[in-house]
Design a binder for this molecule. Structure first.
Ligand code: TRP
Length: 347
């Protein structure tokens, strides 16, 4: 593609968050950590705050979405996404994404949208039934526009997003066969832990289930949540042999404890008996505080400087606006709606 001229740097990384709440350890381990690693490997990296997507199921809550644009920007900056390497931008400020969405809407059937497992699961969770907002049902299509308007092809996401990326690749194929080779295929990049279980043992840590530990949580909040964690209900006395499988404390240690040998030794002792729940929970609190402590500290500092955060978002958005214009020129030409691009255009 001609958008980027540097040698060996045609790959473009793009990722995004819906600004519907603060981000938690599930986001961190499923996607944010990967974004931070990828920004050092790739020349072109974008981070989108998907406010238009957030509005698809929060249409009557614009204040909530606006407030959380700032919160998720803080979370990502504090976690280490560096605006010098990754352009931060706000989806709604790129009208070309909306324009591209309208073009893509014609390439996907309603039946296919209804079959998308991610959309299906989210619709069920939100209790929409037949009263699903049209914008919500079609968000995988606007997500294709999010990705393709800047020619991105490498997408770090959580596991739940795979069916969306699959559908977006179908849009790439359909567009290219209908209007000529224009977009390239996109690759999702999963982390080693694409999904984190909740502190209650539920399959997924999520805001709506109230079972997540947030990147902004205080030390006391972390302590309180770890102390609530589901362990082995059969492990009543410290001397009893305990189960490690399905035990949330050990699952979190497997994910966050950098001392792998130490974690294995704790498991051995717990299985054998003689290691109490409080002891392993205390250890996990230290491990999590090591991850979250520095993020929380940077977050608090950044929160006191909203002008800086605003400048990061506005600079990144300007950079991306220019790219969006180039893509749409190409797309309008491909679908033959570039009427006034040339003086001699023959209708
Ligand atoms: N749907 C994503 C989520 O809920 C957020 C998102 C919007 C996104 N646009 C994107 C992710 C483009 C990757 C690429 O997490």
């Amino acid at each position: 593609m001609a958008l980027f001229s540097k040698k060996n740097s045609t790959d473009v990384v793009l990722t995004g968050d819906r600004p519907t709440g603060q981000l938690h350890l599930g986001h961190y381990i499923g996607s944010i950590k990967n974004r931070i690693a990828l920004q050092d490997k790739y020349e072109h990296c974008f981070y989108m705050i998907a406010d238009v997507q957030a509005l698809t199921d929060n249409a009557s809550n614009p204040d909530k979405v606006r407030k959380n644009v700032f919160e998720v920007a803080l979370d990502n900056l504090a976690a280490g996404l560096d605006p010098k390497k990754t352009a931060f931008f706000i989806q709604s400020q790129i009208p070309e994404i909306a324009e591209l969405t309208v073009v893509f809407l014609n390439l996907v059937t309603l039946a296919r949208l209804r079959r998308n497992p991610t959309v299906k699961a989210e619709m069920k969770q939100k209790g929409f039934g037949e009263n699903v907002p049209a914008g919500f049902l079609v968000y995988p299509i606007s997500q294709a526009a999010d990705i393709l308007f800047c020619d991105s092809n490498i997408i770090p996401v959580g596991e739940d997003q795979l069916p969306v990326i699959e559908q977006d690749n179908e849009i790439v194929d359909k567009f290219n066969t209908t209007y000529g080779e224009t977009f390239r295929k996109i690759k999702p990049v999963l982390s080693d832990t694409p999904r984190l279980i909740g502190i209650d043992g539920n399959a997924k840590a999520s805001k709506s289930l109230g079972n997540a530990i947030y990147l902004a949580d205080s030390k006391e909040e972390i302590e309180r949540k770890v102390m609530m964690m589901y362990t082995d209900p059969g492990h009543i006395h410290a001397s009893d042999p305990g189960k490690v499988e399905g035990n949330v404390v050990f699952t979190y240690l497997d994910t966050f404890d950098t001392d792998k040998a130490g974690a294995e030794e704790l498991k051995r002792q717990y299985r054998k008996g003689g290691l109490g729940d409080t002891a392993i929970k205390k250890h996990l609190i230290d491990v999590l505080e090591n991850v979250i402590g520095p993020i929380r500290e940077r977050r608090e500092k950044l929160a006191k400087d909203p002008e800086y955060v605003r400048a990061v978002l506005s600079d990144g958005t300007k950079k991306v606006q220019a790219i969006a214009k180039e893509t749409m020129t190409k797309v309008r030409k491909a679908i033959k709606i570039d009427y006034f691009a040339n003086k001699d255009y023959a209708v």
